[in-house]
Ligand binder design. Structure first.
Ligand code: UGA
Length: 427
């Protein structure tokens, strides 16, 4: 099939590359010429495992990128994969999706063919029906469900594992306005070995939010139990290892620590809270999930002050800046509030991250960015570990260069040793 993908972020680029891998002819559309040029040169516009290999395999054959929206006219299915960032009150900012819908509508107006529009961007329930469809109908002068098809097809891709998650999904969810639209998109995925849920538009939208909110809830729940475990001298990882063996619970997303970041969980939980409030409902669980998450970095700073005393004038090494391992993405990283608090308290901060130093420099230009953990630790009065990088698990003698070997671990990645003053956040 001929497919267009609007947006070359990690969802769009992954969707484009994987649909090409599934045998479809794909064109990725983005207004950013630099991203387009990169894709056409077989170079990933974002850091994503295995993306380079797929681009190099398919670019010039089944995959290309362009800035030209008219390409949509030549496609069977057009995916909308633009961002839906948080607005000031936690609601989603729909400006990018509205602009994309308008461009799609304008192109459809002059096209004779039947097209299906597939919304992959994360949008709160009722957005496809009440916002996206009216914009496309207005600008195309055509009727959804009759002249063009529309589905809401949420993604469940983890950054860093997005290609794997796309090719090996736990489920494919297709929210459809009508059967014809759903059937065409279902055909795109026919070679994936996964259950397919065909449902209506707003249910598909809610499935995405409920999935992310539930995973975020598991993390905040583990953190709350972890905070109690800390007071009781219990290792929460021993607790959750046993709890997770209950098949009804599963062992995943029970890793306690400094909390969740990234471009999805915080934004999506806040957006769902906002939607609930718009409906006149107070979502107590979701609010608590965010409250626990906000407090975890503060708890780390409290532990640090208890061990190291007044932070003012002290050198604190922060290991890990990315919101999780294997990505250079720092959006909503728990390192951001931690560094901010350290600076407010007069600390001198040295940092190291295998991939995210440059991204963090845009937020904290005056912090010291180092090329290795050892460089960041040199002469430090204490250290905070913020990201679950594999390489941090091997740290040992590197701590010897610290002035005071105080290590506060927010991710349970450091192996405690007799000669370091080690403190875990929830264990
Ligand atoms: C998340 C979901 O896992 C994907 O299924 C979803 O498609 C995606 O959001 C999205 O909505 O686009 P992602 O944000 O890439 O994916 O990251 P995760 O791997 O889920 O981790 C999120 C955060 O939770 C990270 O900061 C991580 O360190 C933290 N985390 C994760 C924990 O603190 N404990 C855990 O047990 C697991």
């Amino acid at each position: 099939m001929k497919v267009c993908v609007i947006g070359a972020g990690y969802v769009g680029a992954t969707t484009a590359a994987c649909l090409a891998e599934l045998g479809h002819n794909v064109c990725c559309i983005d207004i950013d010429e630099e991203k387009v040029d990169k894709i056409n040169a077989g170079s990933p516009p974002i850091h994503e495992d295995c993306l380079k290999e797929l681009l190099q395999k398919h670019v010039g054959k089944r995959l290309r990128a362009t800035t030209d929206y008219d390409t949509i006219a030549d496609s069977d299915v057009c995916f909308i994969c633009v961002g839906t960032p948080s607005g000031p009150n936690g609601e989603i900012d729909l400006s990018l999706i509205k602009a994309a819908s308008k461009s799609v509508g304008i192109t459809l107006k002059n096209s004779e063919n039947y097209h299906v529009i597939a919304v992959k961007s994360t949008v709160v329930p009722e957005t496809t029906q009440n916002v996206i469809i009216p914009i496309i109908e207005e600008h195309s002068q055509k009727k959804a469900g009759a002249d063009f098809g529309i589905v809401m097809n949420p993604e469940f891709l983890r950054e860093g594992n997005a290609i794997h998650d796309f090719m090996h999904p736990d489920r494919v969810v297709i929210g459809e306005l009508d059967e014809r639209s759903g059937e065409i998109v279902a055909q795109l995925y026919k070679d994936l070995n996964a259950p397919m849920i065909r449902i209506d538009l707003k249910t598909a939208e809610m499935i995405k939010y409920a999935s992310n909110a539930f995973l975020a809830t598991k993390i905040s729940f583990s953190n709350e139990i972890g905070n109690m475990c800390k007071m009781l001298g219990i290792d929460v990882y021993d607790v959750m290892r046993a709890v997770g063996l209950d098949q009804r619970i599963s062992p995943h997303f029970l890793q306690a620590g400094v909390g969740f970041g990234g471009s999805c969980f915080p934004k999506d939980v806040k957006a769902l809270i906002h939607k609930a409030e718009m409906l006149g409902y107070q979502p107590k669980v979701l609010k608590s999930v965010m409250d626990v998450n906000e407090e975890q970095p503060e708890r780390m700073i409290c532990l640090l002050e208890r061990r190291a005393g007044n932070i003012s004038g002290k050198k604190i090494a922060v290991l890990g800046l990315a919101f999780k391992n294997d990505t250079d993405d720092i959006r909503e990283s728990r390192a951001i509030p931690a560094i901010r608090m350290l600076l407010e308290k007069g600390g001198n901060v040295s940092t190291y991250d295998p991939l995210a130093n440059e991204n963090m420099r845009a937020i904290f230009p005056d912090v010291e960015y180092c090329h290795s953990a050892k460089d960041a630790l040199k002469d430090a009065d204490a250290c905070l570990v913020m990201t679950e990088w594999e390489e941090f698990k091997k740290l040992g003698d590197e701590f010897n260069v610290m002035k005071n070997k105080i290590v506060i671990d927010g991710r349970k990645v450091i192996t405690p040793r007799k000669d370091i003053d080690y403190e875990g956040l929830c264990w």
